[in-house]
Design a protein around this ligand. Structure first.
Ligand code: CP
Length: 321
């Protein structure tokens, strides 16, 4: 794998392959093998132009567990505030020896620009770009659903006929987009639930069903419910009901959790707005996979870095190098 920029272009076989390598990584963690020597001598740069807790720390933990060196770059406090461009910032980091660049950026498409511009030779991983995609989040979500559903028999499997309901601010959510492409590639059936103003206009081109009634979607007894954070900071033009109204109509309340089948899992990518899209009782219930998702995120990111940096790169194979 040369880069990981999205899930829209990931085919099922490649996606299952990444999840299976993540299983291997999770096994090493369970056996308390704290460090693998696999990426010794490699340097991973975390290039974050937007805030992050889970993704940045989890990429750092993943790289270190594979014995790579890590350089953390945050736009805040850097020369970006003096107007330095993405090209110059990236080339500066490449000059420090970056083998892989993990980038989060507010502009949709920034990771692809970095990967295809020829500015740098490092492999690029998209850690979230604008409202476009967040592929490692979707991979860890799929990994979590597969693990909860199939346990030790997960390897080699997709998510055929697993019904996943994604609820909330679909319009602004790169997590929703990456999940729609990945989950459906793996065979899952996806339903989106949101107020009409938080559903993207091009949704008719997506391989999903849309509902506006959360209680009706819950009554269908999905296998997994994924609650999304209401992105109040991106709510510029979209009509948004009051927070109280949103929580009442589209929030996962204690009563709605109780109405789900007993083995339905509840996912949230974090950070959560407790009391808005998800009640504390739902976030902290046994069905909640929120912390499992964080743990699994490290294994998934180990797998991605391993496949990017330890395997023979596609371009090297083509060049016969
Ligand atoms: N889920 C997620 O991307 O969280 P962070 O913004 O904390 O990285």
């Amino acid at each position: 794998m040369r880069h990981l920029l999205d899930t829209k272009t990931l085919d099922r076989q490649t996606a299952v392959g990444i999840l299976d390598v993540a299983e291997d990584m999770a096994d090493t963690q369970r056996r308390e093998v704290k460090k693998l020597p696999t990426l010794r001598g490699k340097t991973v740069v975390n290039l974050f132009f937007e805030d992050s807790t889970r993704t940045r720390i989890s990429f750092e933990a993943a790289a270190k567990r594979l014995s790579a060196d890590v350089i953390n770059f945050s736009a805040k406090g850097s020369s970006v505030s003096k107007g330095e461009s993405l090209q110059d910032t990236a080339q500066t980091l490449q000059a420090m020896g970056a083998d892989a660049v993990v980038i989060r950026h507010g502009a949709s498409g920034a990771p692809r620009t970095l990967a295809t511009s020829g500015w740098i030779t490092a492999g690029v991983v998209n850690a979230g770009d604008g409202t476009h995609e967040h592929p490692t989040q979707a991979l860890l979500d799929a990994f979590t659903i597969r693990k909860r559903r199939f346990g030790d028999a997960s390897r080699g499997r997709g998510l055929d006929a697993i019904r996943v309901t994604i609820v909330g601010d679909i319009l602004h959510s790169r997590v929703a987009r990456s999940n729609v492409w990945l989950l459906t590639a793996l065979g899952a059936e996806v339903t989106l639930v949101a107020p009409p103003t938080l559903i993207p206009q091009d949704v008719s081109d997506w391989p999903v069903r849309v509902d506006y009634d959360l209680d009706r979607a819950i009554a269908e007894g999905p296998d997994a419910v994924m609650m999304l954070r209401i992105q109040l900071e991106r709510m510029r033009a979209a009509y948004f009901p009051t927070e109280r109204e949103y929580a009442r109509v589209w929030g996962l309340s204690r009563q709605r959790v109780a109405a789900l089948p007993p083995d339905t899992m509840v996912l949230h990518p974090g950070p959560m707005n407790r009391g808005l899209e998800i009640a504390a009782e739902a976030a902290d219930s046994e069905r909640s996979t929120v912390l499992e998702q964080v743990t699994n995120g490290v294994s998934v990111r180990m797998a991605v870095l391993y496949l990017l940096l330890a395997g023979e790169r596609d371009d090297e194979r083509e060049d016969g190098r």
